[in-house]
Design a protein around this ligand. Structure first.
Ligand code: PDD
Length: 298
């Protein structure tokens, strides 16, 4: 399979996929987006992603070029055109082999330079389809290191965290800090010191058999994977609490994991310089991931 870009309805190769330097997505991060993945070649939880795209657009008063039906049709068309064999990756987790990563981006468009959104004249719609490269099988078997970074989540008075927008500098700097500390994912606190989410994931802790995650009111993205995991945990009869968490709650947890579309449920076995629980992926994490695997299998 190849990487293919749908640029406003035209299917083009990555080398041809160019947008104007006057596009506000480029100049200001004035855009909304979704990351979707396939199982068995079909997009997973597509409706939830398109609903969230509409929510994000509404939160920043952006009128997308395409409505949900058109977006769905263009995603299907792009996936179909990108079909083809690819070299197998021996490191890949089995559920990531041969699958697709889909990024849908809607920008407010180009226009005369200036912050006023009324200057935008040409909203742009993009679908990028490429081979999914999720975490390797080893990351699921051993877990990954995370770090609580100094970079704070932007104030919810300034930025609405429930909108998935292209303005990502906070997350970029958070990842930079985490990687410098040898960690894979950055966990961000808010100004009051409460845990919010990862740079591109939601975070869960397991303590004394309870599954804990910050509530939406903590100022986080309502992760599609988070919602699936909460549903599965409740269906499995596990006690679940959406509750404010402090760094100490993560540091003393028996298990930690992060969730996102591309990662599913990924165990976190180190937090900063310390081991999480036994230092191995924990039983509740593994049980939830097994349930997720079943739910996602088509
Ligand atoms: N990131 N929190 C943030 C800030 C995110 O950017 C993401 C997703 C999530 C998890 O959401 P979901 O389960 O719907 O993927 C939480 C995507 C994958 C990305 O930007 O690549």
């Amino acid at each position: 399979m190849r990487t293919l870009v749908n640029l406003d309805g035209s299917l083009v190769a990555p080398s041809e996929a160019k947008v104007s330097v006057f596009d506000r997505g480029f100049l200001y991060g004035d855009s909304v987006y979704e990351v979707i993945r396939t199982y068995g070649g079909r997009p997973f939880e597509l409706r939830a992603h398109l609903d969230r795209l509409a929510h994000s657009a509404g939160r920043i008063a952006l009128t997308p070029r395409w409505d949900a039906d058109r977006a769905r049709a263009e995603i299907d068309r792009t996936l179909a055109a990108a079909r083809g064999a690819e070299a197998p990756d021996p490191e890949a987790a089995p559920w990531n082999r041969g699958e697709r990563y889909i990024r849908v981006v809607m920008t407010r468009g180009a226009g005369e330079i200036g912050l006023d959104p009324a200057l935008a004249v040409d909203p742009l719609a993009i679908v990028i389809v490429q081979p999914l490269s999720g975490p390797p099988a080893r990351a699921y078997a051993e877990g990954v290191p995370a770090a609580i970074v100094g970079v704070r989540r932007a104030s919810t008075k300034a930025v609405d965290p429930s909108a998935k927008t292209g303005a990502h500098l906070t997350h970029v700097l958070a990842v930079r800090e985490a990687r410098a500390a040898g960690a894979y994912e950055a966990l961000l606190l808010d100004d009051a010191g409460f845990v919010t989410e990862g740079s591109s994931s939601n975070v869960f802790a397991v303590s004394a058999g309870r599954v804990l995650t910050p509530p939406l009111a903590a100022g986080i993205l309502e992760g599609v994977t988070r919602a699936v995991v909460l549903r599965l945990a409740r269906a499995a009869g596990l006690p679940v609490e959406e509750v404010a968490l402090r760094p100490l709650d993560l540091e003393t947890a028996d298990e930690l994991f992060i969730t996102s579309t591309v990662r599913e449920i990924l165990p976190v076995t180190r937090l900063g310089d310390s081991r999480v629980g036994s230092g191995r992926p924990g039983p509740v994490t593994l049980r939830l991931h097994a349930a997720f695997r079943e739910a996602a299998t088509v």
